[in-house]
Design a protein around this ligand. Structure first.
Ligand code: NAD
Ligand code: ADE
Length: 409
């Protein structure tokens, strides 16, 4: 099986979508055109488990142009855009999801490329012997990095992984501005509800939460933040948002959206007193943030009302709406982040693959940062493509800021 997709006839439409995304991915394209000549990935197989979108297709093409053999499956059962898929179908069940992961592992990758660490975790659980052939892996998202760090801490991680998420040109932009916009896009496409004047609860004031709060406020919502970290909570407060516990927030919520990477963030206590008609969604990596098993226990009936909108009529007589089955709403009911943001994330990915190859045998089996110089290079390339110029340090300034002798005069 060379591919397992929904409909091969949609490939033509997919190519148009891929070309459209490419127009906003100048940094990745620039790197790809250099690698097309130098072929740094010759004889390398990259096994990727990412959200299968038009932006990801451009990353795969860039890797192929650089000489790599690539295999791609989805990193979430609902995030696939069918017209650009390889081993992925939107709405695939658990059996298909893992069968697709195994298809990618069957190609015996030398590099893994993950979004959420499912591929690495599948390999460590069932294909340990394959780890010997693996030079390293890359990881796209916060939750994946956290899982990999936990493996490294346990001493069970069998190869080095570069935390692409932790590059500044990734999480400052993708997590913040990408998730900020695409999460609202997902909620709006699914419901067509007005955000202005609504009470909009955001669980988690990390990189994604900050972006979402900023954009929801921009659309006129009355934003409330819930947090468990006192520093993040006070930051949200000083950024001008109300802060309260989820159980309290649920009573006044028109919308709740979770972006924590944590489990059961909206749970039974919240459902019991929830505002009638509340729209609940999640943009964190896994579908565990809304406690759907607990919700089902207090539900009388369920009905699909629109694509990606399911109503839960509760025994209490209230109704709540769950979007995209509690899976990440921006990729479930919309198209994920805009290409111009993924441009920087995927420039990090492709440079991370090169970094692993250049440092073969030198990296420990732990989680590594991409060197800052590459991070800055991506930012500089993006600015250059946007036609923005910035100042450079003079020799005098360099000397001044690196010294200690110049104090009060
Ligand atoms: P982060 O670590 O910067 O922020 C998470 C925040 O959630 C932290 O401030 C933490 O204190 C808070 N938190 C944890 N448990 C909580 C709870 N029970 N209640 C309230 N707050 C809680 O992480 P991030 O980069 O913002 O990523 C968040 C999630 O979004 C992760 O799962 C990540 O993988 C995912 N993500 C999704 C997308 C997307 O496209 N949808 C993009 C990037 C990241
Ligand atoms: N994660 C968030 N948005 C994405 C996109 N457009 N493509 C791939 N991964 C993503």
């Amino acid at each position: 099986m060379r591919y397992d997709i929904k409909d091969v006839n949609s490939a033509k439409k997919g190519m148009v979508k891929i070309e459209w995304a490419k127009k906003d991915m100048p940094v990745l394209s620039g790197i790809a055109s250099v690698f097309k000549k130098s072929k740094p990935f010759k004889n390398i197989a990259v096994g990727a488990c990412l959200h299968v979108t038009a932006e990801t297709a451009n990353l795969m093409i860039a890797l192929k142009e650089g000489g790599a053999k690539v295999g791609l499956c989805a990193s979430n059962p609902l995030s696939t855009q069918n017209d650009v898929a390889v081993f992925a179908k939107k709405g695939e069940n658990k059996k298909e999801y893992f069968a697709h992961l195994r298809k990618v592992l069957d190609m015996r990758p030398n590099i893994t490329m993950d979004d959420g660490a499912d591929l690495v975790s599948e390999l460590h659980a069932f294909r340990k012997s394959q780890a010997k052939k693996i030079l390293g892996g890359t990881e796209e998202t916060t939750t994946g990095v956290s899982r990999l760090k936990s493996m490294a801490k346990e001493g069970t991680l069998l190869f080095p992984v570069v935390a692409v998420n932790d590059s500044m040109t990734k999480h400052f932009f993708d997590n913040r501005y990408g998730t900020g916009q695409s999460t609202l896009d997902g909620i709006i496409r699914a419901t067509n509800k007005l955000i202005a004047g609504s009470v909009f609860i955001i669980a988690g004031y990390g990189w994604c939460g900050k972006g979402l709060a900023m954009r929801a406020r921009g659309m006129g919502a009355n934003v409330v933040v819930t947090e468990i970290d006192p520093v993040k909570a006070i930051e949200a407060l000083m950024d001008g948002f109300r802060v309260m516990p989820m159980a309290e927030a649920g009573k006044i919520a028109d919308f709740i959206c979770t972006v924590t990477g944590n489990i059961k963030v909206v749970g039974l206590e919240t459902f019991k007193n929830i505002k009638d008609g509340c729209v609940i969604s999640n943009s964190g990596h896994f579908d565990v943030e809304i406690d759907l098993p607990a919700l089902r226990k207090i539900t009388k009936s369920r009905k699909v009302l629109r694509d990606f909108v399911e109503s839960y009529e509760l025994k209490s007589g209230k109704t709540v709406f769950i979007l995209a089955g509690g899976r990440l709403v921006n990729l479930g009911s919309a198209e994920g982040h805009p290409a111009s943001v993924m441009d920087m994330s995927f420039a990090n990915q492709i440079l991370a693959v090169k970094f692993i190859l250049e440092n073969k045998g030198r990296l420990s089996n732990s989680v590594h940062l991409l060197p800052e110089i590459l991070d800055k290079k991506i930012a500089a390339l993006k600015l250059c493509n946007l036609g923005i110029k910035i100042d450079t340090l003079s020799e005098r300034q360099k000397k001044y800021i690196s010294g200690w002798r110049n104090g009060t005069k």
